[in-house]
Design a protein around this ligand. Structure first.
Ligand SMILES: [Zn+2]
Ligand SMILES: [Zn+2]
Length: 279
């Protein structure tokens, strides 16, 4: 079986309104794209911070700008379709109870992500953490400690783009230490918690040019007995199953023959399928 769970119904764009994107017609466009790519399990994972209720979790100015939509309306529209209902929920340390309240809805899966360290952003120019004072070793250490806390929080079924910190590639300073040193605490927490690790082809569309996670991080996860979820982080139907040839080779190279499938927040493992050749 092939899955694509980390899928957004619209671009990261303030003009992409819920009214025009959270519709049965738009969902149908994604379902058509999934079926021609041979993807049997399609799920949607809209960003938590685009819902007004997210401001009860965190009131960062970035979220204040983006939190415009009604989460229950989103849940209704997706739940009424054959696709799985998910969400990409930011892990905000210290706000675990408030996140749990927001996630108390009929999701099939919850994808946890870290886009901010403190109030500074890892992957946007706005509020960037990568200014002239940035200490890459300290930022990398803190990122993976936060990822470990996200794994241990029990809030999430999957850890999204697990080494998002590399998103800018060589355009931002890299740490001086071997990267495995930074992965270690996160891998330990992944092993203890059993949370699934996302293998995401989104990194291939970014400056890093690499799948998330990096091969070194992936090896450590495999050694630790982790399970994996497969997604593209598509933001339009054309990105469904993006570069899955590469993802399947990556899984195979690491001896991973099964991927996680979710329903009502229960997980099972299924053999990895093949990419459709009829696209
Ligand atoms: Zn994300
Ligand atoms: Zn995403």
């Amino acid at each position: 079986m092939l899955t694509d769970y980390h899928v957004h119904l619209r671009q990261d764009d303030l003009d992409a309104s819920a009214e025009s994107h959270f519709t049965p017609e738009n969902i149908e466009r994604y379902r058509d794209a999934a079926s021609s790519a041979g993807i049997a399990e399609l799920g949607f994972a809209e960003h938590m911070y685009r819902f007004t209720d997210a401001l009860k979790v965190w009131d960062h100015p970035f979220w204040q700008e983006w939190a415009l939509d009604d989460i229950d309306r989103y849940c209704e529209v997706v739940a009424a379709s054959p696709a799985r209902l998910g969400i990409e929920a930011d892990f905000v340390p210290g706000a675990e109870d408030r996140i749990a309240n927001l996630l108390d809805r009929p999701f099939d899966f919850v994808i946890g992500s870290i886009h901010f360290i403190g109030d500074r952003s890892l992957d946007t120019e706005e509020f960037t953490i990568w200014d002239e004072r940035a200490d890459p070793d300290a930022i990398w250490r803190r990122y993976f400690e936060t990822l470990a806390a996200a794994a241990r929080s029990g809030l999430f079924d999957v850890l999204a783009h697990p080494d998002l910190i590399k998103v800018w590639g060589r355009a931002r300073a890299l740490p001086s230490k071997d990267l495995r040193f930074f992965y270690e605490p996160a891998v330990e927490a992944i092993a203890e918690s059993g949370v699934a690790v996302e293998v995401s082809t989104a990194g291939l569309r970014k400056a890093t040019g690499e799948i998330y996670p990096s091969p070194g991080f992936m090896e450590m996860c495999v050694e630790a007995g982790a399970v994996f979820a497969l997604s593209s982080d598509a933001h339009d139907p054309g990105q469904i199953g993006f570069e899955y040839d590469q993802a399947l080779r990556f899984l195979d190279d690491h001896g991973v023959g099964e991927i996680a499938v979710f329903e009502e927040r229960n997980r099972r493992l299924e053999p990895v399928g093949e990419v459709a050749r009829c696209r």
